[in-house]
Ligand binder design. Structure first.
Ligand SMILES: [Zn+2]
Length: 324
């Protein structure tokens, strides 16, 4: 111990001299540490706890004298900066790797309209976000994903569902859709909104009379814009429901009723889709129908909501618009 103090004392004398003259050109950083240690040991009998303050003062003088550039060069000489740079590069590489993995996940999921070979490539990168667009038929009328529009009639055109289930108001839907609708109406009621089923399944024969009646009153062009030809109606598929609320029965005002606003915002949670949005007329082939909701199942409705895709035609890349 004694020999160590002797050594420190010698350095302390030298260090103090340099510190007093504010010219630390000969004082090394390590030596400043030693000076600090010696001050702490000799002048406060081991209880001097301002060692860090003294060290800081010496350090500031040292920095002022050398300048930052010189200080960095000193650090490089002592390899500290090299260790720092290596660590910085390592941390940046790790963050870069993590960021790249995060960024690649949604990109591959948005590609899932591609063919089977690219799907298998994507599945390696992001299996959890992959959405299989072919897990249900798009042409079988008993499939909740069936796309029915003016380009794609029901096959056969006289199709009738085999599991029609009552939903109230004298209306019917497929059993699965009926369950979802009943839950949605119950939850709307609990939230303070009354939704009433106004028109669900319509048979081929009913659609013949509805369409012919429209043609008779408004003419063929108007009838085609708001009423499907027999065999082309989602209502005939058993997957669609027109809702009424607040005295608005299958009319534009439905969208502005509190109940209409609630169902527009919440339908996707129950597997329903506002089928004919205002800005998709050219794609769906129908004018904006605030009251017409199509059951597609929650798996698809939540995916559409997540991607902000609003029509089946766009999501499945299926043709739509007007009749051929
Ligand atoms: Zn409708």
């Amino acid at each position: 111990m004694v020999s160590i103090y002797k050594k420190y004392f010698a350095v302390a004398i030298l260090g103090r001299w340099h510190a007093q003259h504010a010219s630390l050109h000969a004082v090394h950083i390590e030596r400043c540490y030693v000076v600090c240690d010696v001050f702490g040991s000799f002048f406060a009998h081991g209880r001097f706890d301002n060692c860090s303050v003294i060290w800081r003062l010496v350090q500031i003088q040292y920095l002022q004298y050398l300048g930052v550039k010189r200080f960095i060069l000193e650090l490089v000489k002592h390899k500290k900066i090299l260790i720092f740079i290596v660590m910085l590069v390592l941390v940046a590489a790790i963050f870069g790797f993590i960021a790249k993995r995060h960024a690649s996940a949604p990109t591959s999921s948005s590609d899932n309209s591609s063919d089977a070979s690219s799907r298998s490539n994507n599945s390696k990168a992001a299996p959890k976000t992959h959405f299989d667009k072919r897990q249900y038929s798009l042409s079988d009328p008993s499939s909740p994903w069936v796309v029915v529009n003016k380009k794609h009639p029901l096959v056969p055109k006289t199709y009738a569902p085999s599991d029609l289930t009552a939903v109230g108001g004298g209306q019917y839907m497929h059993a699965e859709a009926a369950r979802a609708l009943t839950q949605m109406i119950a939850d709307a009621k609990a939230a303070g909104y009354i939704l009433t089923p106004a028109s669900g399944y319509r048979s081929y024969e009913t659609q013949v009379s509805v369409y012919n009646n429209e043609v008779k009153i408004y003419g063929k062009a108007v009838a085609d814009s708001e009423s499907a030809r027999p065999g082309y109606s989602e209502h005939q598929s058993g997957w669609a429901m027109d809702l009424s609320s607040g005295g608005c029965n299958i009319s534009d005002c439905f969208g502005n009723t509190p109940g209409g606003k609630w169902v527009t915002a919440n339908a996707y949670k129950y597997g329903f889709l506002l089928r004919y949005p205002a800005d998709k007329v050219a794609i769906t082939g129908y004018r904006h129908e605030t009251w017409h909701f199509r059951y597609i199942g929650t798996k698809l409705s939540i995916e559409l909501h997540r991607l902000s895709v609003r029509t089946l035609e766009e999501f499945f890349d299926v043709s739509g618009g007007n009749y051929n």
